[in-house]
Design a protein around this ligand. Sequence first.
Ligand code: AMP
Ligand code: MG
Length: 435
Amino acid sequence: MLSHSFATALPNFVSPWRVEAWPDAQIKLLNPDFQLDDAALWQLLKQEGHAQAYAGHQFGQFVPMLGDGRAVLLGDIATPDGTKEVHVKGSGPTPYSRRGDGKAQLGPVLREYLMSEFMHAVGIPTTRGLAVITTGETIARQTLQPGAVLLRVADSHLRVGTFQLAAIRGREHVLEVLRYSAQVLGVQADTDAALAEALLLRVMQLQATLVAQWMRIGFVHGVMNTDNCSITGETLDYGPCAFIDRFDGNAVFSSIDQQGRYSFGNQPHIAAWNMVRLAECFVGILEVDALNELVQQFPQLYRNAWIKEMALVLGLEPSPEAEELLDDLLVLLQHHNPDYHSLMLKLRNNPESADQWLQPWIQRWQALDPDRDMMRQHMPNWIPRNHIVEQVIQAALRQDWDVVREHLGYARDPFNAPVAKAPENPAPYVTYCGT
Ligand code: AMP
Ligand code: MG
């Protein structure tokens, strides 16, 4: 029997649910880090779990009821990293499926597994893949593909959208979610108002750090809706995500993000916007002026986090000179749009080989005596670039699991993996939502 901390603490935010039986379920990948065998996995899937209810802003539009339309929270498991929630995604319709089929295709499931293993390996907070199982069905989206489910683990699946649903229902419900969230994050205070303040600050700090880490590695989440914004500060719901090849604040990969709301450079602004949506849920618990004062701290929290993260990849100790250098680098990158990852590796290995336009900057940077070991520990050789992710997905679709495993090996040890070469002619890359 599994324990169900989320459902026990927040019974009004779940519907008991079981995953359906699949015609021909086969475990294709099982993450060795979680030390579970096949039998334990099948046992997990037989348990009664819950579909979560939440609201959310999708591309800025408020949707009062979203919820797990294609996922079930199975319960808590013990892992070498402590207790985690196990969640199965793509498992079939739930009470929240609306018009969706509740299913997932192998390609997107594999993308989430690969990307999240990489993020974990480079020290960025994320949910993690526990297993990939093909279901024996064929699922139609842009193309036909084998159906698959992803088992994933997270510290918690609490989202800003959980608070938003609570806020629609009233103050008592917000307090319920607040108290449970505070318990999960280890936040304490004497009064409800103080707890709301402490929690909001903690979530803002976690989100500022997370997005700064995405920016340093060149990650575009692609769908930072409030229902995908984790209270525990984990990278949550890898849908149309991608890594930038060329540095460009306007980089967008998602087919539906026509306005560039979730572009690479807009991510810090969206995180700030999402934090205002969280703050809004505490109206009635905290004074509006106090809430405003809190959310106005986000830009500074983000700035501090960004300086810290960028200093790490450039081997610098934070200082006023370093800060100025980082700001100047950002302007240069945005103007010249170089291949970001290749440039970072050049700076580490042979800065002389970098383009002329960067040489004056490089001289100033060298004068600060950058620490090459620090750089090596924060900018990996290997990155799941778009053309590589596509190769891995194509390999899985032709059942070439050796190729998949080889690349997963790089994703899990990217600092020692061979350098991921830039594509010769990067073709425009399009990713899809709800995949
Ligand atoms: P996402 O942006 O992928 O996290 O999904 C947004 C919302 O749509 C969530 O409530 C999902 O559960 C739901 N959803 C996405 N795909 C499907 C699907 N194929 N069937 C049912 N619900 C879905
Ligand atoms: Mg989601």
